[in-house]
Design a protein around this ligand. Structure first.
Ligand code: TMP
Ligand code: ASP
Length: 239
């Protein structure tokens, strides 16, 4: 399947149409942003890591019963995916307090949560992705009550699966953000990506950060962290 025209450029990916109206091609860039695009930079090789890791995890999730947009990896940076209209929500799961949760609620980073939490944010950079609840979502027409219930059920199932997977490679899944889309026939599927850009990964023993927080917080060793995660994920396969 070949790219026809660029239909969208996001902060970390480009999306192209193909000759099949049901499919798109996503192309992962090395561009990195933080704080809704205020901080900009490049993480060399990130596009390759995120493409491959996301595809790997989505294939595992499909097998575990979660419908995803993944169709076929075309190259190191490009993947054929099902075309969806993105539901404009960032769906965030947290297992351990960190980041904006810690700031907002004054809970020290690293505090384990008594149960996983779920947050929805309205995907809108200009508004700073404000947190919203189910009433806001239905009232504004971003999704229906049934959609939210389905998204919630998928999301906790995804958390259970990913937590176990990462535990097996000595990584603690602190939190992550996912996005869902709707296909032309109205089916909700997991879209976007699952990668060190969108998850907090801590080494299970040392709590060393192995994700985009190294870029957000200027900790250095960004490329090494992405490389380390890539190695651990793909080594798990050869076991
Ligand atoms: P937060 O603590 O900054 O709210 O981030 C929670 C999780 O969501 C973390 O794993 C990083 C991820 N995330 C994104 O993928 N995109 C974003 O725009 C933000 C703010 C967070
Ligand atoms: N999506 C955020 C940005 O806008 C990046 C992040 O913090 O992950 O720039």
């Amino acid at each position: 399947m070949k790219k026809i025209a660029e239909i969208y450029e996001g902060k970390a990916k480009k999306v192209y149409s193909t000759e099949n109206p049901e499919y798109c091609i996503v192309s992962y860039k090395d561009d990195a942003t933080a704080f809704n695009g205020l901080k900009k930079g490049t993480i060399k090789g990130k596009g390759v890591v995120n493409n491959k890791m996301s595809n790997f995890l989505m294939q595992k999730l499909e097998k575990a019963g979660i419908p995803t947009h993944f169709v076929e990896e075309l190259s190191e940076r490009e993947t054929l995916v099902k075309k969806v209209s993105i539901i404009p929500l960032e769906v965030i799961v947290r297992n351990v307090a960190a980041g904006s949760f810690s700031k907002r609620f004054g809970v020290a980073e690293g505090t384990p949560l008594k149960r996983p939490t779920l947050e929805f944010c309205y995907k809108n950079d200009e508004l700073g992705d404000p947190m919203v609840n189910e009433y806001h979502i239905v009232a504004c027409g971003w999704a229906t009550e049934e959609d939210v219930a389905e998204i919630t059920a998928y999301t906790f199932k995804i958390n259970d699966f990913l937590r176990e997977f990462f535990k097996g490679i000595n990584v603690e899944l602190v939190d992550f953000k996912i996005e869902f889309g709707k296909t032309a026939d109205g089916k909700i599927i997991l879209a976007d990506e699952i990668s060190p850009d969108t998850c907090r990964f801590w080494d299970a023993a040392t709590h060393e950060k192995l994700d985009k927080d190294r870029f957000r917080r200027d900790l250095g060793g960004v490329e090494d962290a992405y490389g380390e995660m890539m190695n651990r994920v793909f080594k798990s396969e050869s076991k």
